[in-house]
Each structure stands twice: as C-alpha cells, then as structure tokens.
Design a protein around this ligand. Structure first.
Ligand SMILES: NC(=O)c1ccc[n+]([C@@H]2O[C@H](COP(=O)([O-])OP(=O)(O)OC[C@H]3O[C@@H](n4cnc5c(N)ncnc54)[C@H](O)[C@@H]3O)[C@@H](O)[C@H]2O)c1
Length: 249
C-alpha cells in the first residue's frame, strides 16, 4: 500500500528539457509524477515515462494545453481524483515566438503570454484550494533571466516571465500562513530544444556575457527546483532564484 507521505508532483512541460530533468529528480524520492505537455506527438513524453520507469516510477502523462482554463481545471480534478492530492506543482511549460516588437503580431504576443503566464494562473488556481485545505504545498514557477533584464526580440517572452515573478510574490504572500511556499526559478541560458535553434552568433554573444563561461544544463535547474520543494529551503517563499552562471547578478 502507498504511504500517504508519498508526494504527488505535477510538472507542466514535463515531456522534455528542464521539465524532464525535474521529473527525474523527483523520482529519487519515489513521488507520484504527473507530466503535462503539448508536443505534437507523444515521443518525448514516452521517452520521459520510460526513463522514469527505469527508476521504478509509474508516472503518467497528459497532453493538455495549459493555456486553457477549462482544460486545466478538468485535468487537475482528474489528478486529485486519482491521487487524492497535489503536493507539488511545477509550472514549467513555456514557448517562444521571438521577433522585434515592430514586427510582432498580436498572435505572437497572445500565444506566449497565454502559454507562459496565463497557464501559471490556470494551474495554480486549480491546485490552491485543495492545498489550502491540506495546509501544505510547494509551487515553483519557471521564469527566466530575460524577465529580469529583457532581451531584444523577446518583448512577449520577457513580459510573460516578469509577470511570473510578480504572480509568485503575490501568491506567496496570500498562502504563506497556510503552509504553502511559492517560489520562482529564473534560468539563464540552458541547453534544451528551446535554445538549440539559436544562431551560432547569438549563442557566442550570450556565452561572452556568462561569467561561468558556459551554458547551463537542465539538471542544474532541476536541482534548485527540487531544493525549493524540500526542507532545506523551509524559510524561503516569494523568492526568485537565478540559475544563470552569473549572467545576471
Ligand atoms: N532553455 C532555456 O534556456 C530556458 C531559459 C530560461 C527559462 N526557460 C524556461 O524553462 C521552461 C522549460 O524550458 P525548456 O527549455 O525545457 O523548453 P522545451 O522547449 O524543451 O520544452 C517545453 C515544454 O513545454 C511544453 N509546452 C509547450 N506549450 C505547452 C502548452 N500550451 N501546454 C502544455 N505544455 C506545453 C512542451 O510540450 C514541452 O514539454 C520554459 O518555461 C522556458 O521558458 C528556459
């Protein structure tokens, strides 16, 4: 029989990249893991499920667009029904639609703000009442260094990531007395699909600005996310932890 102390962890954008590494990190504690993704096919999600299976975890994956309030609500009702609770929510799903502001179309703005920021509202809203009732919970929102310092061609993305920082601080204040901690992690330049398509020149320019002289690994972000959901960070809430090799300090 399952121990009631087994945590149920929901990770949006959990099929690949940073989300996959976060899932693998939580597998160390034998958590119940639920991945949410919106990839065109199931191959990356299946690969993550296989990796988790290799670590003895029967995780599940759902293809749901986290920018849809009603779909998210339905999904979380289903998860609470299956597992009885959500202990940890990692709002990690994100996209880019980069272009200079003068060329940016309304659809580029809407897509990025809806997937990156509205989704954080949708998922947090869906878990907060049950977490308040249980007087326990951990929420980690994945922001970006760009939400702090801006970046040419990313007005939509940086606004969405800055929005996450404000959202994190407000919700942290609202639920701190209920035993729920809400923090954000702002990665710098991390090796994933999201950065793989960047032109070599842009990559080199970024690298020049990073004191540690290299891109980050998704595992290095996952470590910090996991720590924020552990006893080791028990006196932290409403914080934005920068994981960026010194790019912003
Ligand atoms: N890679 C970086 O350098 C970097 C830097 C700073 C912040 N981030 C942030 O970290 C997070 C993860 O980035 P990554 O590099 O691993 O990205 P990735 O492109 O490798 O993976 C993105 C994940 O988000 C999911 N997703 C996209 N749209 C979705 C939707 N509408 N509904 C549900 N899921 C959706 C995808 O299915 C996938 O699982 C993102 O929020 C990103 O903005 C990444």
């Amino acid at each position: 029989m399952e121990d009631s102390s087994t945590r149920t962890v929901v990770i949006t954008g959990g099929s690949r990249g940073i989300g996959r590494c976060i899932a693998l990190k939580f597998s160390d504690e034998k958590a119940n893991i639920v991945l949410v993704h919106y990839d065109p096919d199931e191959s990356a999600a299946q690969e993550t499920l296989d990796l988790l299976d290799g670590k003895g975890i029967q995780a599940e994956s759902h293809k749901v667009d986290v920018s849809s309030f009603s779909h998210v609500d339905k999904l979380f009702a289903q998860i609470v029904d299956s597992y009885g609770k959500v202990d940890v929510l990692v709002n990690n799903a994100g996209i880019t639609r980069d272009t200079l502001l003068m060329r940016m179309e309304e659809k580029d703005w809407d897509a990025v703000v809806n997937v990156n920021l509205k989704s954080v509202f949708n998922c947090t809203h869906a878990v907060i009442r049950p977490m308040i009732k249980r007087r326990s919970g951990w929420i980690v929102n994945i922001s970006s260094v760009v939400g702090q310092i801006g970046n040419i061609g990313q007005a939509n993305y940086s606004a969405s990531k800055a929005g996450i920082m404000g959202f994190t601080k407000t919700v942290a204040r609202e639920v701190a007395s209920r035993g729920i901690r809400v923090n954000a992690v702002a990665p710098g330049f991390i090796e994933t699909d999201m950065t793989a398509s960047l032109p070599e020149k842009v990559r080199e320019k970024f690298l020049e600005q990073i004191p540690l002289g290299r891109m980050g690994k998704p595992e290095e972000v996952a470590e910090v996310v996991y720590w924020l959901c552990s006893e080791g960070s028990s006196y932290l809430t409403g914080q934005v932890i920068h994981v960026n090799g010194g790019l912003y300090m």
